[in-house]
Design a protein around this ligand. Structure first.
Ligand SMILES: C[S@@+](CC[C@H](N)C(=O)[O-])C[C@H]1O[C@@H](n2cnc3c(N)ncnc32)[C@H](O)[C@@H]1O
Length: 213
């Protein structure tokens, strides 16, 4: 098995680009697509929680793992699109995880959309420093400082008034699991069908039941 095949989940749940996998239990919807090229119209969540690629190398390594056959020449090609989508959807709250290198860029971009920007220093893999940014029209009192990014989506979603949560870089489904744990509908988009299949499996383990549209 190649390292980037992510197990045999896709063989079990063969989601393809262009399909919508709809959870008949919660109304959650999943779709495979590259957000720099297209965003499905179902993506209208009340809040967004997203851990996107953090820099150009990271974005291109996900394109390699997906065998996309093309690369970005600058990180702005990715994040310009990311923030354009956030601006169009304008959820009441948007959480983004980011590393130090592009922290200021993300803070600036989010402050073009929201009046209130808050940032907390958190960790990933329980030791490395990273940042959680929240954009909204009003601040939260919740303090995420020092939390690990395995836990922040659960706390963030629990802390917000919302019926649905969206993630534009769903990956293997941490936000999806956090949404389900908080009884929220989940709208997920992800580049890599094999990573999305892991999410489908995790959601099915938690009671979801998908039909394909
Ligand atoms: C840091 S990971 C997210 C991890 C995720 N929270 C999880 O639970 O697995 C970033 C994700 O963004 C996805 N991604 C990268 N470029 C993308 C693009 N252009 N469109 C959509 N998803 C993309 C990657 O495939 C990867 O799954």
């Amino acid at each position: 098995m190649k390292k980037w095949e992510y197990g045999n989940y896709w063989e079990k749940y063969p989601i393809e680009e262009g399909q919508l996998w709809v959870d008949t239990v919660t109304g959650s919807i999943l779709s495979v697509c590259d957000i720099t090229k297209h965003v499905p119209s179902f993506f209208v969540p009340d809040i967004i929680y997203c851990d996107p690629p953090w820099d150009l190398g990271n974005a291109n390594s996900f394109l390699t793992k997906n065998e996309s056959g093309y690369y970005l020449s600058s990180f702005s090609e990715f994040y310009n699109k990311l923030f354009e989508i956030i601006k169009n959807v304008k959820p009441s709250v948007c959480y983004l995880e980011i590393g130090k290198r592009n922290l200021k860029v993300f803070q600036n971009e989010l402050s073009n959309i929201y009046n209130q920007i808050q940032t907390w220093e958190v960790t990933y893999y329980k030791k490395n420093k990273s940042y959680l940014i929240r954009g909204s029209e009003s601040k939260t009192d919740f303090d995420f400082t020092g939390m690990d990014d395995m836990d922040t989506p659960f706390a963030a979603i629990k802390n917000e008034q919302c019926k649905s949560v969206g993630d534009l870089c769903t990956g293997r489904g941490l936000t999806a699991v956090a949404a389900l744990a908080n009884n929220k509908r989940f709208y997920g988009v992800e580049l890599n069908k094999r990573r999305m299949a892991v999410t489908i499996d995790r959601m099915i383990q938690r009671g979801s039941n998908f039909k394909i549209k």
